[in-house]
Design a protein around this ligand. Structure first.
Ligand code: NCD
Length: 482
């Protein structure tokens, strides 16, 4: 897992880590907890070691943070390393208009590892592209927050011993919460079932829903068990899902929730400043028998959606969950920096679902741009450093494909493909699926057929359109940030 001279290991998405690597982080974190715990508070690290002596962690935070930044700093200090911090973009060169790509290359000279938090989706992947030292994503817009998920899964495992077949409810702003996006992927990968309880209009983003179904082989069931709708994770989530039969449906009835994961309304990611009918979780809500053994979790901060009067209930685990930020992040730093030979695991072999997908990679001036207006590619400062770069993901059901933004992982489903040499374009996206990597440069993708026509391409007549929705009906851009 360590970074070697010619390969730098970054953790941008939870899917950059294999299940085995996550287990390894947990066992190293557990060993720190055993050796260095505060005798009076069992989940707290109270002593330090010296294994990171001489190493420096840089915390580069462009958004507010309490837990993530301070627990990373505490983790590095407990390992015997040092920290340098830029926590206020108003007092850094960002205020003068410096790009993230430049800042990262500069900071990499002052430290051995970077933790980055940024308001733009995909910012951490961009930083990783430019950084010669490991970058850890401390939360990028509404994209992902993989180390929060490590703390969440560590907590769940401690409370339940295993994750397989747990039913985990996720409540609140499922669209805007980056913690949720990393969390649901991890739940599916470890065999837990996901019970969505979104605030109205705040369901999981379409691309996260699709990935759960298509890549993590979850089947969505609309409420035939007592706990309602859920994503059912198959026994073998790494294998293609079996076709669900009637018996299969009956077999998935659950009547107990193992954990409720509460999130706040992410007001900074929405144009509307109020979350209407936002679910509030309190002792009354949790009196229902299906929650009788449910751990109540929250990445924190809470701002009213989780009642403080519940804090003394034995099911409330959120402060413990926050405490685990230190041992878990100590383990991640130690493993990424290869600080302890005894802890080292095999060289990175691609991680779970590390993309083997073909990459469409064009200049930012050419063709389709990411559909997510909050993606880092739309930040004017970064324009010289980003590309129109997408993974080509084949649809499960047919030969067509979608384009997944390399940075923020939003999917573009509707576009037209043009052939540069022959000057035609087609709405049949399977053309890209059949092209080899070398041939991608012969194609250029446009968001809409009018864009292709304006650039002098003509419709390829021999290929009938297989698209059910005409590309022209695709909205030009998101009206909301998400
Ligand atoms: C979360 C975040 O920043 O995404 N906080 C955290 O890191 N523990 C959750 C939130 O802000 O709601």
């Amino acid at each position: 897992m360590t970074s070697s001279a010619n390969f730098v290991r970054h953790v941008i998405s939870i899917n950059d880590l294999s299940n085995e690597e996550i287990e390894k982080i947990f066992s190293v974190g557990e060993s720190y907890l055993e050796r260095l715990r505060d005798k009076r508070i069992p989940h707290k690290i109270g002593k330090g070691s010296q294994i990171a002596d001489g190493k420096i962690l840089a915390a580069l935070f462009y958004e507010p943070s309490t837990r993530t930044r301070l627990s990373f700093e505490s983790a590095m200090l407990r390992l015997g390393g040092k920290v340098i911090t830029s926590a206020d973009p108003d007092t850094s060169s960002a205020a003068k208009g410096e790009s993230l790509a430049d800042s990262v290359r500069v900071v990499a000279n002052y430290a051995d590892i970077i933790v980055l938090r940024h308001p733009r989706d995909g910012a951490a992947r961009l930083a990783a592209e430019y950084s010669p030292i490991p970058v850890i994503n401390g939360g990028d817009g509404s994209h992902e927050h993989p180390t929060q998920t490590l703390c969440d899964i560590f907590t769940l495992k401690k409370k339940n011993k295993k994750l397989k077949n747990l039913a985990v409810a996720i409540s609140g702003d499922l669209r805007g919460s980056r913690t949720i996006h990393s969390f649901v992927y991890a739940l599916a990968r470890f065999g837990a079932h996901i019970v969505p309880m979104p605030a109205p209009g705040m369901e999981l983003p379409a691309h996260v829903d699709r990935r759960l179904r298509d890549e993590f082989n979850c089947t969505f069931h609309t409420g035939d068990g007592s706990i309602g709708a859920l994503y059912h994770t198959p026994d073998e989530p790494h294998q293609p899902a079996l076709f669900p039969s009637a018996e299969f449906k009956i077999a998935i009835r659950h009547d107990k929730i193992s954990a409720v994961y509460v999130t706040r309304f992410q007001k900074e990611r929405w144009e509307e400043k109020e979350g209407t009918k936002y679910p509030r979780i309190d002792a009354k809500f949790l009196r229902d028998s299906k929650y009788s053994h449910a751990s109540v979790m929250h990445p924190l901060p809470r701002v009213g959606e989780l009642d403080a009067s519940f804090d003394s209930d034995l099911r409330a685990v959120y402060f413990e969950q926050a405490a685990y930020g230190v041992p878990v992040r100590m383990a991640l730093i130690a493993l990424l920096l290869g600080l302890s030979k005894e802890h080292e695991i095999s060289e990175y072999e691609g991680g779970f679902q590390k993309s083997k997908l073909p990459i469409y990679d064009h200049a930012v001036t050419e063709g389709i741009r990411c559909i997510n207006s909050n993606c880092i590619v739309h930040d004017e400062k970064e324009r010289p450093y980003v590309r129109n770069k997408f993974q080509v993901v084949k649809n499960k059901q047919n030969d067509e494909c979608k384009l997944r933004c390399f940075y923020c992982e939003s999917d573009a489903n509707h576009f037209v493909v043009a052939n540069k040499k022959n000057k035609w374009y087609t709405e049949d996206t399977s053309v890209l699926v059949h092209a080899s990597d070398q041939h991608f440069k012969d194609f250029i993708v446009f968001a809409e057929s009018t864009d292709a026509l304006n650039k002098g391409y003509h419709l390829k007549r021999s290929t009938p359109s297989t698209s059910t929705e005409p590309a022209l009906q695709r909205p030009k851009h998101f009206t909301k940030q998400l």
